[in-house]
Design a protein around this ligand. Sequence first.
Ligand code: TK8
Length: 338
Amino acid sequence: MRIRSRLSHLAAVALAAGLTAGAAQAQFKERNFRVSNGVSKEHPMGNGLAKMGACTLEKSGGKMKIQPFWDGALGSDLTGTQSVRTGSLDMVITSTAPVVSIVPALGVFDLPFLFNTSSEADKLLDGKVGDWFSAKLPAVGLVNLAWWENGFRHTTNSKRPINKVEDFDGVKMRVMQNAIFLDTFKTLGSNAVPMAFTEVYSALETKTVDGQENPFTNIENMKFYEVQKYLTLTKHAYSPTLVLFSKKIWDTLSAQEQATLRECAVQGRDEQRRANRAMEARSVDSLKAKGMTVNEIAPAEMQRIRERSSVIYERHTKAIGDEAITMVTAELKRIRDN
Ligand code: TK8
C-alpha cells in the first residue's frame, strides 16, 4: 500500500511539474524575430546574437527564434530603426548616434572624449542612467532590450597619419548621420560628410571620402584596411549599441515572452562585450599585419585636439538637454570617485 501511495504521490508531482512547465511553455507562441545588423556575421554582434538566440530557444522550448540579417540587408541603422518603429521589422542592432534624430538626449554619448574606459561605460549604461535613456524609447515606438557595445572610435584615412589637429585639414571624413559627429569633425578641420554605414566601404574605395572613424572591430569586420592606409588611435568617443525591439510587436507578446527577450538580451550583451573586447585586444597587431600604418598622437597634440573639440559640449547642450548631460557627467564623477 505504501509503495502505491508513494507512486501516486510521485505521479502527482510529475504531473504538476509537467503542467507547470506546460503552462510556462503555453506563454510562448511560435516566433521568428528578424534582427537587422549593419555589420557582417563575423562581427562580435554575431556572438551576442548567437548567445541571445540560444537563450530564447532554450527558455521557450524551441518556439522563440532570433533570425539575424547582416550587412545592412534589411536597411541601415536609421532606416532599420524606422522599420522597427512601424512594426515592419522586429529588431535592429544600431549605434545610438543615428537614433539621436529621434531621441535627442542620446546625443550625450556622441560628445567627444566623454568616456575614458569601457568599464565606466558599462557601469553607467547598465545602471539607472542607462535605464533613464531606455525609458525614453517606448514613446517613439522602440524598446531597448540591453546596452551592447560598438566601442571606442578611432580615425582612419587614405591621405596621411594624423599627428596633430592641423592634419585633419582638408580630409573628407565620413561620419555617422548625426549632428554632433558632423560638428566635431568639422571643428577639427575636416570636411565631414554624413553617410550610412552600409555605404562607407565603397565611398572609401572610390575616394568619394578620404577617411572615416569607427571602433577597431568595425574597421576589421568591414575590411576598411583594404581601402585605408592610416589608422590613428584617437579614441575620440565611445559608441554604445542599442538592441531595439518594435514596441508595436512587443505589446502583442506575453509577459513571459517579454521577460525572456530581456533576460536573453542581457546574456547576449555579456557575450558580445566579451567577444568585442577580445577582438579589440588583437586588432592593432592584426590591422598592422594587414598593411595599415598605425600611429598614436603625442599627449600635447592630443590635448590640443581635446581643447579644440571641447566647444562641442556647449554648442549641443540645448539639443541634447541639460538633464541628460548633468545626469551623465554626475554619474561618471560618482563612478570615477568610487
Ligand atoms: C553599424 C553601425 C556602426 C557605426 C557607424 O550598423 O555607422 O559607423 O559605428 O557600428 O552602427
